[in-house]
Design a protein around this ligand. Sequence first.
Ligand SMILES: [Zn+2]
Length: 200
Amino acid sequence: MKCPFCGSTRLAPIIFGLPDYTEELVRRVENEEVYLGGCLIMDGYPQYHCFACRQNVGKRPVLRSKRGLEYYRCIVTGIHFRDDGFPQIFMDKKDGHIRLEIRPACTDTEPVCERQPAYERLMSETEWDDLLNLLYTELYLHEWGGFFVSRSFPDGERWELTIKFTEDRERIYRGFGGFPPYWEELKAAFRPFIEERGIC
Ligand SMILES: [Zn+2]
């Protein structure tokens, strides 16, 4: 696993409670093999501490809202992804169906690709669940920041991931030449849908 904030692999499991401060424990803490979390319950019940950015990560994929704590996998109604030069992906759950639509790539030089029409089909519940599980339990999407800007290359590749939730809520992740630590994994998650039908 790598840190969803900074990408570092300097992660250690958090030990909660008041352990015996043995020499062995002190050595393990100094070696960044474990992190002492103390006795206070941490928001989101993180499993790991990142020694690079000092964040506690590996939190449960739940959203704290006015309704209480909601599991993301229960409230996601749409996943939209676009990335310069690649086909755009739209997945929308509505009226008991999950619709997948893949629109050909848009670029600055070629705003609308006329070569191929959009590709559409229905997704199965299993496909949808598998994707949500991947996004929230393996890619830690709920712990990503919202903006990824490259200081040296702000005019670089632009991308946008929109996650729609029930009650017209949404979360948008955007990049301007910058990418989240789990970028390659995100692209890999969408790749099968794009490759399913060789779209331009
Ligand atoms: Zn980190």
